[in-house]
Design a binder for this molecule. Structure first.
Ligand SMILES: Nc1ncnc2c1ncn2[C@@H]1O[C@H](COP(=O)(O)OP(=O)(O)O)[C@@H](O)[C@H]1O
Ligand SMILES: [Mg+2]
Length: 278
């Protein structure tokens, strides 16, 4: 059974009542800059792949390059560049009649991750990683075309019930302003131990609820002495796991090495996601 991204405008009630909604999950990873979004996205993707899931990890952060090394991969050709850069993409969307915010497909119907051009995918087993686009030059303009590309891609995307889609976003809440949340089912918010991060989690929770999405929180860099304080600050939110302040994550990242997908603390987070999705 497959589900397309066509139901973007379905009402919240319809989605919550739909069996498909519970079976196919597209996760949007959100949080403050540096809170650990890419770290959580990489660990989650690698561990779920080891569990036998087909994982499509979309890098929607135009400045993110560390994500690939966290998975032992290299940055593939960004999809925006494959489409001829922002200029080429604009021309293609114009030709297809798909202006800003439109859902007219530029991509074929029922597109699968594996149908995307090979040079745009970094692949490891059942894991496919796609970069939407990067900012390369001074003064090249804003990242809005990346948002448009994201929406068009997801409106054509078809996924199997055993697949998991994870979107690693840029810091902050701009993707909510751009309505990218409408392409996903669930928001996974990463909280590090700082006032700003905790406030950001509250903000993301409010925006996600407004969009009718489920929200879960992963605590990052928690130490035993601060854990209860963070949990109290996030009272009422669904915390599904925590990662410690880890020397191995820190060192692997410093040296550009892959993270350990079998890290004990990622297991309960993946267990919860499996229960939510499959
Ligand atoms: N649990 C952790 N323990 C140690 N270092 C971490 C941990 N989580 C993230 N880091 C480090 O913090 C930095 C930012 O993490 P990253 O995942 O890139 O954040 P984001 O994607 O939110 O900007 C990286 O250098 C990463 O290695
Ligand atoms: Mg990141």
């Amino acid at each position: 059974m497959t589900r397309t991204g066509k139901g973007l405008s379905r009402s919240r009630d319809n989605r919550l009542n739909s069996k498909e909604y519970l079976r196919n999950m597209k996760f949007l990873i959100c949080g403050k800059g540096g809170s650990g979004k890419s770290t959580v996205a990489a660990l989650l993707a690698a561990n779920m792949e080891k569990r036998g899931r087909s994982v499509f990890l979309v890098d929607a952060d135009e400045s993110n390059i560390g994500l690939y090394r966290m998975l032992g991969l290299e940055l593939p050709l960004p999809l925006m560049e494959y489409l001829g850069g922002k200029k080429g993409f604009r021309e293609k969307t114009k030709a297809a009649g798909a202006g800003f915010g439109a859902q007219t497909p530029v991509f074929p119907e029922n597109l699968r991750a594996g149908d995307l051009p090979g040079e745009c995918l970094a692949v490891s087993g059942r894991l496919r990683v796609l970069s939407l686009g990067k900012i390369h030059h001074f003064g090249e303009g804003c990242a809005c075309p990346m948002g448009n590309l994201f929406r068009l891609l997801f409106s054509s995307l078809s996924i199997d019930t055993q697949d998991l889609v994870i979107v690693d976003t840029a810091a902050g809440v701009e993707h909510f302003g751009r309505s990218l949340d409408g392409c996903c089912d669930h928001v996974l918010c990463v909280a590090d131990p700082s006032y700003e991060s905790l406030m950001m989690v509250r903000k993301v929770d409010a925006l996600a609820r407004e969009a009718g999405l489920g929200v879960s929180v992963v605590l990052n860099r928690v130490t035993p002495e601060i854990e209860s304080e963070i949990v109290a600050a996030l009272e009422g939110l669904k915390i599904i796991g925590k990662l410690p302040d880890s020397r191995s994550i820190f060192l692997n990242n410093l040296k550009g090495r892959a993270l350990d997908p079998d890290m004990a603390e990622i297991m309960p987070i993946c267990d919860t996601i499996e229960k939510l999705c499959f």
